[in-house]
Design a protein around this ligand. Structure first.
Ligand SMILES: Cc1cc2nc3c(=O)[nH]c(=O)nc-3n(C[C@H](O)[C@H](O)[C@H](O)COP(=O)(O)O)c2cc1C
Length: 359
């Protein structure tokens, strides 16, 4: 059999050429990884959450390692929609991968205003010469480097060093640098909005249908695992007009320092991510796939192609790599190459043929 495998994934009015994206909050606004990754290996960048106004986030410390994972309480720290458009979107628009803007808010109105503002951006407002910033993640997460199995690459924690912009020619992200929107109704690290929306089916349906009226672009509702019945929430998003649901966001957790007898995180609780949560994500993907007919985008603890294939067999049409980016920012490229190899070796000509085939 040849090496031609159809990995494309339709989400509403648009198509991902490659099903493997990088998850919100783990890849900044893309520029932070300039020079470290080949953006054409990535299916989509899901940006850090964008809110109407800039947010400083929660008090430090905001990250702590846990067995096979991390607990974060970043709290939606971000530059706000205006700076996103002026400072981040130009660079994102220059990339050869899809750009999905992750949107968050404290009220329904805030979500609507962010989408309205992004929709108002005309392609001529942005150019390909965005500036980039620096983050330093050295030393983080050494302890849960990916397993060394067939499709997994061992890797080192690395220092992320800014090295400027990338000129690639780019794909058409629907004419304004934006492929679509991922609506974060599932952040456990904020006091208002976020999770409050994500746990109430009526609010989810209402918010989704209000957003639906504002855009024809793919609308992906990101679900929380911190609910009793995630299938009900997914169905509410579908009824409201979502093109896809993505899951899982992080699980609420706490780490206590027994010497100080205080929680380690400034915000006391945080969101658990990384390999520790993968079985939860796979199980919920399986459950949601059977509840809705829109595509499911799976994530949680994916470090290699075999991990991603578990999600796909459970019912994910596409996947996202989150915490593993802190170990190796090239993970998405390795995962999509591994998925292709798996398909070639197993006579699978289209990823759709194995999506959700687990009984
Ligand atoms: C440091 C950090 C920041 C995150 N920020 C966001 C965010 O802004 N918006 C969002 O929807 N999810 C956010 N997430 C959740 C991830 O996108 C993803 O859903 C979760 O981490 C599970 O995937 P993983 O186990 O591969 O990391 C964040 C996760 C981490 C670790």
């Amino acid at each position: 059999m040849g090496t031609n495998v159809d990995l494309s994934v339709r989400i509403g009015t648009n198509v991902f050429a490659n099903p493997v994206g990088v998850a919100s909050g783990t890849f900044g606004y893309g520029g932070e990884y300039g020079g470290l990754v080949d953006f054409s290996d990535i299916g989509a960048i899901y940006t850090k959450a964008v809110t109407l106004e800039p947010r400083g986030g929660n008090p430090a410390p905001r990250l702590v390692e846990t067995p096979s994972g991390i607990l974060n309480s970043i709290g939606l720290a971000n530059v706000g929609v205006e700076k996103f458009i002026s400072d981040k979107l130009p660079f994102l628009k220059s990339l050869p991968c899809a750009v999905v803007v992750n949107v968050a808010g404290s009220t329904e109105d805030e979500y609507l205003r962010v989408i309205e503002r992004l929709e108002s951006v005309d392609a001529s407002d942005v150019n390909g010469n965005g500036t980039v910033s620096t983050v330093n993640l050295s030393g983080l997460l050494r302890r849960f480097a990916p397993r060394n199995d067939r499709h997994c690459e061992r890797s080192e924690a690395i220092q992320i060093i800014d090295n400027g912009s990338i000129d690639t020619g780019g794909v058409n992200n629907n004419g304004s640098g934006v492929f679509g929107y991922e609506i974060n109704v599932s952040c456990p690290n904020v006091n208002h909005g976020g999770l409050a929306f994500g746990t109430d089916p009526a609010q989810i349906e209402r918010l989704t249908s209000s957003l639906r009226r504002l855009t024809k672009k793919p609308l992906i509702i990101k679900l929380t695992p911190n609910v009793t019945d995630i299938a009900t929430i997914a169905k509410a998003a579908e009824s409201g007009g979502a093109d896809a649901v993505s899951l899982i966001n992080t699980l609420v957790g706490m780490v206590i320092d027994v010497k100080t007898r205080k929680p380690v995180l400034g915000a006391k609780t945080g969101g658990l991510s990384g390999p520790a949560v993968r079985p939860v994500g796979v199980a919920l993907t399986y459950r949601v796939k059977r509840a809705v007919s829109i595509p499911v985008i799976g994530m949680g603890g994916i470090t290699c192609a075999d991990d991603a294939l578990q999600y796909i067999l459970a019912g994910a049409s596409a996947v996202q790599i989150g915490t593993a980016n802190f170990i190796n920012p090239r993970t998405a490229g390795l995962v999509s190459a591994g998925i292709r190899e798996y398909c070639v070796n197993n006579g699978v000509s289209s990823l759709k043929d194995i999506c959700g085939i687990v009984e």
